[in-house]
Write a protein that binds this ligand. Structure first.
Ligand code: NAD
Length: 239
């Protein structure tokens, strides 16, 4: 039930970090994978390395028309689009009284509005196919508050809420929508965080490969009765 053979997946922000790990894991389980990212060289190189069943399409998730092109590219390349992983994200930090409007707008645009654009664009394709799975990447910061991360937290709580209302509305169409909430995972995004002062019950920060099993599960038919759910993958950090 975990096999992804015959399924097509689009992963935003799939060129590096967690997204690239999702791409590799989904591909290894048999999926055809479209890597959608701003980073053209990295994305194209990953697609070339994986070879058959992997392609790259340039996408800025904040660009509405760009989404239509990326989805059309995917369907043209692989004939379907069964799973969308809304993973592209950025972080910025500032104390609330110093959080500029520009910083607020940017972090909301990429993490929340970009996820909304992706969901809205893919639903007609999934409805026509009789179903699908949408996996929205939030964060532990979509569940609790954190000093200095106000815009990021607002966006990631928003992704969690969007996920739940879509799950309610789309269940009858066979479309499942779930959110994933990683804890501290070592990537380019988190190089400035020192894990030493964090109390992580499993005793270490995560690697991108620590999150891939949850993504494969939600992409696969093994999760067929799961929608509107949130999956915390944090080594117990916010328990
Ligand atoms: P990363 O910075 O290593 O990778 C992010 C990817 O998204 C990059 O490839 C980047 O080019 C792409 N991207 C950024 N803006 C984009 C845009 N407008 N359009 C298309 N692509 C865009 O970060 P990461 O650590 O791999 O994070 C991936 C996701 O996981 C993000 O949504 C992040 O918020 C979330 N997350 C990360 C952690 C962590 O500890 N690393 C924890 C919880 C949640």
């Amino acid at each position: 039930a975990f096999s992804l053979t015959g399924k097509t997946v689009l992963v935003t922000g799939g060129a590096r970090g967690l997204g690239a790990a999702y791409v590799r894991a989904l591909h290894a389980e048999g999926a055809a994978v479209m890597i959608a990212d701003l980073l053209e060289a990295e994305g194209a190189a990953l697609a070339a390395e994986l070879g058959e069943r992997a392609r790259f399409t340039p996408l800025d998730v904040t660009d509405e028309e760009g989404w239509d092109a990326a989805i059309a590219d995917t369907v043209a390349a692989f004939g379907a689009l069964d799973v969308l992983v809304n993973n592209a994200g950025i972080v910025n930090a500032a104390p609330i009284e110093h959080l500029s409007t520009a910083k607020w707008d940017t972090v909301i645009a990429v993490n929340l509005t970009g996820t909304f654009f992706g969901c809205r664009a893919v639903v007609p394709v999934m409805k026509a196919a009789g179903g699908g799975s949408i996996i929205n990447i939030s964060s532990v910061e979509g569940i609790r508050g954190s000093r200095g991360l106000h815009g990021y937290t607002a966006a990631k709580f928003g992704v969690r809420g969007l996920t739940k209302s879509m799950a309610v509305e789309l269940g009858a169409s066979g479309i499942r929508v779930n959110s994933v909430h990683p804890g501290l995972i070592l990537t380019d995004m988190t190089t400035r965080i020192d894990p030493a002062h964090l109390d992580i019950p499993l005793g270490r920060p995560g690697t991108p490969e620590d999150v891939t099993g949850t993504i494969v599960f939600l992409a696969s038919d093994a999760s067929r009765f799961t929608t509107g759910a949130e999956f915390v993958v944090d080594g117990g950090m916010i328990t």
